[in-house]
Design a protein around this ligand. Structure first.
Ligand code: C2E
Ligand code: CA
Ligand code: CA
Length: 769
């Protein structure tokens, strides 16, 4: 509705423009006509009348010309607002002009001169015709004009009453009618032209708007767009496309063939699909091959659709380009992180296991042997602890670099843990013998490369490896099984100090499963009292009297029978379960202490010695937990001596000394177990406030001359620091005799007593006491 109102307004406006623009010609024509007519009628009509009529015409001419000038000067917006006013002005003027010309029927029509009468009629028709043309669009106005123009002359002619003039009147009426018809047709044509012009303008503006919209969409679209022609040449590209390619100039693309841009046949095929009227999709790398020294690979997701020309034929295609580089690289990175070690960039454990599985699968067909080597850097912890983790990381990188050089990229080389690496060699030989030989030589080569020191912060550092290996061909083992086996072999290499390579053997696995079984059984054993304590008497060297006992744990295993502590204590220490065991031992010994007191009327011994693992002793809650147990079991700490080993304690001697002092303040006494097996024992001895030194049994059991000297020195130092000295592992009378000569106070050993079950110990202690 609104648009049609607007449309009518614009039509009026255009009509107005049309009327005023044709005004000068009309006015000049009319004025000229007026002069000519006046000149011709001058002789037959009254001069003054002619003068007045001509003057009226001139005045009207000037008035209308003034309006024309005014119209030209007024700004468009004003005209727009006053379209009706201007039209009314125009129409009024036309009517006035019509009246002036019409009046000529009375003023300039001579009574007699027939020729002059006809001249007037001719002029009336000529002038009328020019005006009717422009009034043609306004029917009512046209009628009004015709009335004022021809009404007077008709009236004049009919009023003469002569047949000739009456007939002339009718002829004029007929002519005017014809003129009206023609004008009407004219009017319609003009109106149609104006309307069509308006429609055309409308169409043009809407088309331009569309074009503009399209271009702004094209250029400012957040996706890349390019078109190409039927020769696969790029016709245009938009700003986003340039930006994503980090380029500024369309010239880099316009006219370039798609074949030269991306070297992938798939990419071209996709673009060619549009010529079959189909859309094409491509997802992949997008490299601008046509530009030298340009290295900006994008990953794109593109869709291409046909583009039609005016004849509705396919003229090329439009491609929409989505830059998915960030997404793809992120995915790639995730994938990389999943399969590669971040520090060294070599494959990780996951990658290795995948690869191992493919090789296992391939052996079902090929039947030759492959080898897995498990490498662990010896004493790497020391490097980390001394230099810090950053240096440790650098060492790892250097190690990887060196091994990589040996391998030359031929085998899979993976980092599977901090200082643990695996090399997978897919073919080592046809027979087991041949394969082992191959691996031995291979490992020798590896060891060789590390015979030169690594430079660690300017210091030469020698690196060595423990290597375990599994050789396999057709097997039912999974990748994980083989990996685990190689690791087991590596651990075996460490303990057996095999400095070439340890090949995996089945018994290694059995050992490990056995250990696992034991370790996992510890919590249950503590709950169900599967543990038990034996007591080995400690005696005075001089008098042979029992002065105390060492509590030694055993495990009554439901399946394995009696298990000795050497079998499970190290496992428990490694897993931390030693704390559960230690607690169990305290409780049991505390209970036993009460029974001894009941059975023997008081506590007849100097002490009962309890072994405390370093792991347990160094636990931050050790003291408070022990004191809680003392309270719970209502025992006197003076009854107990805690045995700690020097090796663990030396690492944190100040902390240990502090704990010892604190516990001593509650009444506990302390002994250093296995004394002499560490290296720094003597130097640190004076720092540790212990009461007893226990000389390790290795010096006593089969004593030679060197041992004798050492034992003598230890005994004298002990005395110097006011400590008791106890010799462990006294198996012979001669050993005991020797102890007497060097004034070593106390001892324990099979020569007198083996560890005894509680009841036995109590009865012996009773009879001896
Ligand atoms: P250890 O503390 O050095 O204990 C002495 C070991 O020497 C005991 O072995 C004992 O039976 C053995 N022994 C004593 N006299 C002789 C001898 O004349 N000749 C020989 N050949 N051996 C002798 P056991 O009971 O097998 O204990 C082994 C180790 O297990 C102990 O060495 C100790 O380190 C650990 N252990 C034992 N009980 C416990 C415990 O309750 N807690 C902790 N943390 N460790 C314990
Ligand atoms: Ca001991
Ligand atoms: Ca010992």
């Amino acid at each position: 509705m609104e648009t049609s109102v607007k449309f009518n307004n614009r039509l009026e406006y255009d009509t107005m423009g049309f009327l005023y623009l044709s005004l000068p010609i009309q006015l000049i024509g009319q004025l000229l006509g007026a002069f000519l007519l006046s000149a011709m009628e001058f002789t037959v009509v009254d001069t003054e009348t002619v003068g007045v009529w001509l003057l009226l015409n001139i005045v009207m001419f000037l008035y209308r010309f003034y309006h024309y000038q005014l119209f030209k000067k007024v700004p468009e917006t004003e005209k727009h607002r006053h379209v009706t006013l201007w039209l009314h002005r125009y129409y009024t003027n036309v009517l006035i002009s019509g009246i002036i010309w019409g009046s000529s029927a009375f003023l300039l029509f001579p009574d007699k001169a027939l020729l002059n009468q006809f001249i007037l009629l001719l002029f009336l028709f000529a002038i009328g015709f020019t005006s009717m043309g422009v009034l043609a669009t306004k029917k009512d106005l046209l009628l009004a004009y015709v009335s004022v123009m021809y009404g007077p002359i008709l009236w004049r002619l009919f009023s003469i009453g002569d047949n000739f003039y009456t007939l002339l009147g009718y002829a004029i009426m007929a002519l005017v009618l014809i003129m009206l018809l023609i004008s009407n047709y004219y009017g319609k044509t003009i109106e149609k032209a104006l309307i069509e012009k308006l429609y055309f303008v409308d169409l043009k503006t809407s088309h331009e708007k569309l074009k503009e919209r399209f271009f702004s969409l094209f250029d400012r679209a957040p996706v890349g767009i390019y078109y190409y022609d039927d020769a696969m040449r790029i016709e245009d590209v938009n700003q986003s496309f340039l930006t994503m390619n980090k380029l500024h100039d369309k010239k880099e693309f316009v006219g370039v063939s798609l074949n030269d841009i991306v070297e992938s046949s798939n990419f071209i095929d996709v673009h060619q699909k549009v010529f079959d009227g189909k859309t094409g999709h491509y997802k992949g790398p997008f490299e601008l091959q046509h530009m030298k020294d340009y290295h900006n690979t994008l990953y794109v997701d593109i869709s291409t659709v046909p583009m039609f020309n005016n004849n509705h034929e396919i003229a090329g295609g439009v491609t929409i380009v989505n830059d998915i580089t960030a997404e793809v690289t992120a995915k790639e990175k995730i994938l990389r992180n999943a399969y590669f070690d971040l520090l060294t960039n070599i494959p990780n454990r996951t990658f290795l296991l995948d690869k191992l599985q493919t090789i296992i699968d391939s052996k079902k067909i090929t039947h030759n042997y492959a080898a897995l080597l498990f490498l662990d850097i010896n004493n790497f912890k020391k490097i980390n602890n001394t230099y810090g983790h950053d240096i440790g990381d650098k060492v790892i990188k250097k190690v990887v670099y060196r091994i990589d050089e040996v391998l030359g990229g031929k085998e899979t080389f993976a980092r599977v843990g901090g200082d643990k690496f695996v090399i997978l060699i897919s073919r080592v030989g046809k027979t087991e013998e041949e394969s082992k030989q191959y691996v031995l030589e291979y490992v020798d080569k590896l060891h060789q490369t590390f015979s030169n020191a690594l430079d660690v912060f300017g210091k030469a550092h020698y690196i060595s490896f423990s290597v375990g290996s599994v050789i396999f061909s057709q097997t039912d083992d999974s990748a994980f099984d083989i990996f685990k086996k190689s690791e087991t072999a590596m651990y075996e290499a460490k303990v057996s100090s095999n400095n070439r390579v340890q090949f995996y053997e089945n018994k290694m696995s059995e050992k490990i499963t056995e250990e696992l079984l034991l370790e996992n059984g510890i919590p249950r054993a503590a709950r169900n009292d599967e543990f038990t304590i034996y007591y080995q008497p400690q005696l005075d060297v001089e008098t042979g009297k029992i002065i105390g006992a060492e509590a030694l744990i055993r495990w009554n295993h439901p399946e394995k029978g009696l298990v000795m502590p050497t079998e499970f204590i190290p496992l428990a220490e490694e897993s931390g379960k030693i704390i559960q065991i230690g607690d169990w031992v305290f409780k049991k010994v505390f209970k036993d202490a009460h029974e001894i007191i009941e059975g023997m009327n008081g506590f007849p011994l100097k002490h009962i010695a309890i072994n405390v693992s370093t792991v347990h002793f160094m636990d931050p809650h050790f003291i408070e937990n022990l004191l809680l147990l003392v309270q719970e079991y209502n025992v006197d700490p003076h009854w107990f001596e805690l045995e700690i080993t020097e090796s663990g304690i030396m690492r944190n001697i100040h902390d240990a000394a502090e704990k010892i002092r604190k516990l001593k303040s509650f009444g506990f006494t302390f002994s250093i177990d296995d004394f002499g097996t560490g290296h720094s024992s003597l130097a640190y001895l004076k720092e540790l406030p212990v009461d007893v030194i226990k000389i390790d049994q290795s010096f006593i059991r089969q004593m030679n001359a060197d041992d004798e000297k050492l034992v003598e020195v230890i005994a004298s130092i002990g005395k110097k620091f006011n400590m008791d000295v106890l010799a462990e592992g006294v198996e012979t009378e001669s050993a005991l005799r020797y102890l007497k000569t060097i004034k070593c106070n106390t001892y324990q050993g099979f020569y007198s007593y083996e560890p005894l079950i509680f009841d036995e110990f109590v009865s012996i202690a009773k009879s001896a006491g």
